[in-house]
Ligand binder design. Structure first.
Ligand SMILES: *[C@@H]1O[C@H](CO)[C@@H](O)[C@H](O)[C@H]1NC(C)=O
Length: 219
């Protein structure tokens, strides 16, 4: 059993190594402020105004042991996630902490900290939160999310991190689920976190709904 696990681990490492190395080189380059400014300027030009901009202040170092560890963790979660577009949506355990739009319910699942104050620190983070040691730590930190997103149902991931693992959610990620199926899977955040994509999906969905309603009226 352990040998199979070790072989599986080794295969995962081999598959992930190239993209991890690319990310590591990117981070190393982004620590040169002139390169960082250029890259972020270009991203700003290309981005949609509704998406939160990627901002990293000059004092924030990207290339460190903690950051590389976090990137590796994120790649691994993404690779091993159970959630796939068009496939069944994993039903993971969450803890309850609501906003009802007319066509969709939204829920914010707070997972492990991307930038814990005792890990890969971000000087840009609005709050300095250490790694969650127990569910209570996580619930307390989630209260802050509640303040940031009033009216939105906030739940927390279990301490086994089952939602994060199943959905490859780290650092942050958007999903739309319908009748137990993943119908929209956003990219890995922060660079793939696009609220504009979510908005477009919902707009198309609304159009389809309205068309089918009109059909009924005409019949
Ligand atoms: C879940 O995530 C936390 C970080 O918030 C980590 O300390 C813990 O080891 C993880 N739990 C498991 C079972 O991997």
């Amino acid at each position: 059993m352990n040998t199979i696990k070790a072989i599986k681990n080794a295969i995962v490492c081999l598959v992930l190594l190239p993209r991890f190395l690319v990310a590591a080189v990117m981070f190393w380059l982004l620590d040169f402020l002139c390169i960082r400014k250029r890259v972020f300027f270009r991203m700003e030009q290309e981005g949609d105004a509704i998406d939160p901009p990627l901002c990293i202040s000059d004092s924030n170092r990207l290339f460190s042991l903690e950051s590389l560890r976090a990137v590796w963790h994120g790649h691994k979660l993404d690779f091993l996630k159970a959630a796939h577009l068009g496939h069944g949506a994993p039903n993971t355990e969450v803890g309850v902490v609501q906003r009802n739009a007319d066509i969709a319910d939204s829920v914010l699942v707070y997972i492990e900290e991307a930038h814990p104050s005792d890990g890969w620190i971000s000087t840009d983070a609005p709050y300095q939160i250490p790694k969650h040691r127990c569910l209570e730590d996580r619930l307390n930190a989630a209260q802050l999310m509640h303040l940031e997103a009033p009216g939105c149902l906030v739940v927390v991931d279990s301490m086994e991190n089952s939602s994060n693992t199943a959905y490859g959610a780290y650092f942050d990620r958007l999903y739309i689920l319908q009748e137990g199926k993943v119908v929209y899977q956003g990219g890995r955040g922060p660079e793939g976190y696009r609220i504009s994509e979510l908005r477009d999906w919902l707009n198309h969905y609304r159009e389809r709904l309205e068309k089918s309603r009109n059909l009924v009226i005409h019949v």
